[in-house]
Ligand binder design. Sequence first.
Ligand code: ZN
Length: 235
Amino acid sequence: MKLPMPRLHKEIHKSYRIGWLRAAVLGANDGTISTASLIMGVAAAGAPKSTILLTGVAGMVAGAMSMAAGEYVSVQSQADTEKADIAKEKRELETEPEDELEELADIYVSRGLDKPLAIKVAEQLTAHDALGAHARDELGITETLRARPIQAAVSSALSFIAGAVIPIAAAFLSPADLIPVLLTATVLAALVLLGGTAAYAGGAPPGGGALRVAFWGALAMGLTAVAGRLFGAAV
Ligand SMILES: [Zn+2]
């Protein structure tokens, strides 16, 4: 069933960007922080550079797959819910068309239309595309916001990989004994950039977003370095 496409305004509302941006930035942050922490832990344990790089690549693939699997499962269940809601709506439109018309008119009244106009609008939209009108105005399901599991899974895996490449490249380009220092500097700079961009694109002050992400990144790398050092000394 083709759902109604909202007519796009000239100015781009941030809400259209939010959906995919949040997934992309979360995935990238996750990729950077978890891969950098893995590399930091192994480096702190005194592993050779080849092992450090192998760990980074294995962590990147494992993380990307788990992000994709998690995103696919959650968005697929959202898609299933949407499909079930639309099927139920279709049945109700067939079995109780008057009640459904009344319900639609009430939605427009609650949005500020007077009753006679609301009924007229509901009648015209019902005549034009009843299911589309109910999906959009009652269930909040439109073509733009519809759940797309594969797209969500692929975009979160790719953003995880995009984030993970940063610490792997830093480790690859660093002399073995300087990996912890150069990795920390590179990753914190990348997290400040990512966090600030995400905050800015979402309409929030970039500084706060940058600090928040950098803080958690530093904490994660610090803790795994300690764990790696302790574990490295123990074995
Ligand atoms: Zn309805």
